[in-house]
Design a protein around this ligand. Structure first.
Ligand SMILES: *Cc1c(COP(=O)(O)O)cnc(C)c1O
Length: 378
């Protein structure tokens, strides 16, 4: 089945009472038993809820996993997956991962006996050198945020193959429409559904997709035990959003490519980071691993010509806001906003400057967006 059909037809048609074509919301905390030990498959909403099940079936099908758990936020999904580990275990991850994930690893889990190596995952030698006998998890995020560096998922996983290491890929930036980590050997895929999967900037949520039944069993136990599952209404919103994933991703990508090409030729722009530009240093890997380029781009503004303040204040269609993946275009300043928690040293070593601007390109008309940028960059 094509992914466009999967996103519309998985996890719906569950209403046996009235045959509603969309999945009903079940706003209930608990479910009555028919008799002792006998119920209709649900007992308590933290553990399971039919609306949530519908979304889980849908996302599992999109990623090609055996099952999925959806969670209250993307960070709830990351948190639950880290609990596969125990004190003494070691994790290898990238040095340019999502700031909230970095903070959770560095400031929370490291206090509970789990150690982390933050390495440049484009350097396979560095990955291999970081592996030790306690390494139990590999946490991969690609493309990176905000500089759109690409990690070779298959090569990184192979660098530690046969050592019993669980490999996890955060696939938020491209969505299952443009990247399928299971095809490259991932064991678990996670998402912030807040971003492209929902796509309408009106709910926060997360997802964990499992490659095997064993991983699913442990994952479901953890999500229930930790109490991080997604509310039925929120799950319903994501299920509504996900049905148009394919069409939104195509529109995000077409607009992002047009804007990246426009910015690459603009005199007030020093450099553009976008996987769809053949000038991207990892273009060959991009072609091999990704089915598309996504809707995120960053650029270096020549602030001797146009200040960040001028750009932000003159734009009409790009809201100055964090987050990404919604239908509306957003623009932001990673140094002062999304990535400020990295501190000056971390920012500098990752290559982010005070002139770096990140854009989440929406699905408006490309021409309107380019006209808007043209007047704001004057
Ligand atoms: C936003 C994001 C998260 C965290 O998700 P929330 O829904 O904000 O908790 C994790 N990983 C990536 C790549 C993200 O962009």
């Amino acid at each position: 089945m094509d992914i466009r059909t999967k996103s519309v037809h998985n996890g719906v048609y569950k209403d046996k009472s009235y045959n509603s074509v969309t999945t009903p919301i079940y706003p209930t905390s608990t479910f009555a038993f028919d008799a002792l030990g006998k119920n209709k498959g649900y007992d308590y909403t933290r553990s399971g809820n039919p609306t949530r099940t519908a979304l889980e079936e849908n996302i599992a099908a999109l990623e090609g996993g055996v099952a999925c758990s959806v969670t209250a936020t993307g960070m709830a999904a990351v948190t639950a997956v880290l609990f596969y580990l125990k004190p003494g275990d070691h994790v290898i991850t990238g040095d340019d991962i999502y700031g909230g994930t970095y903070r959770l690893f560095d400031q929370v889990f490291s206090k509970y006996g789990i150690s982390f190596s933050f390495v440049n995952m484009r350097d396979l030698d560095a990955v291999q050198k970081a592996v030790n006998e306690n390494t139990k998890m590999m946490w991969i995020e690609t493309p990176s945020n905000p500089l759109l560096n690409i990690v070779d998922i298959e090569a990184v996983i192979n660098a530690a193959k046969g050592k019993g290491i669980i490999s996890v890929v955060d696939n938020t930036f491209l969505s299952p429409y443009f990247q399928s980590p299971f095809e490259f050997g991932a064991d678990i895929v996670v998402h912030s559904t807040t971003k492209y999967l929902n796509g309408h900037s009106d709910v926060v949520g997360g997802a964990i997709i499992y490659k095997t039944k064993e991983l699913e069993e442990r994952g479901r136990f953890l999500v229930n035990a930790l109490g991080v599952s997604e509310a039925p209404f929120d799950a319903w919103l994501v299920l509504r959003g996900v049905k148009t994933l394919a069409y939104r991703m195509e529109a995000h990508q077409a607009n992002a490519l047009a804007i990246a090409q426009f910015l690459e030729n603009h005199p007030a722009v020093k450099k553009v980071y976008y996987p769809g530009l053949s000038s991207h240093p990892q273009y060959a890997l991009i072609k091999k691993q990704m089915k598309g380029f996504g809707g995120m781009l960053s650029f270096e503004l020549d602030t001797s010509k146009v200040s960040c303040d001028q750009l932000f204040s003159k734009l009409k269609y790009f809201s100055l806001a964090e987050s990404l993946g919604g239908v509306e275009s957003l623009i932001e300043h990673p140094w002062l906003m999304s990535h400020s928690s990295m501190g000056e040293k971390g920012l500098k070593s990752s290559g982010i400057t005070q002139e770096t601007i990140r854009v989440s390109v929406g699905i408006e008309s490309a021409q309107d967006l380019i006209d808007d940028l043209t007047q704001a960059l004057k």
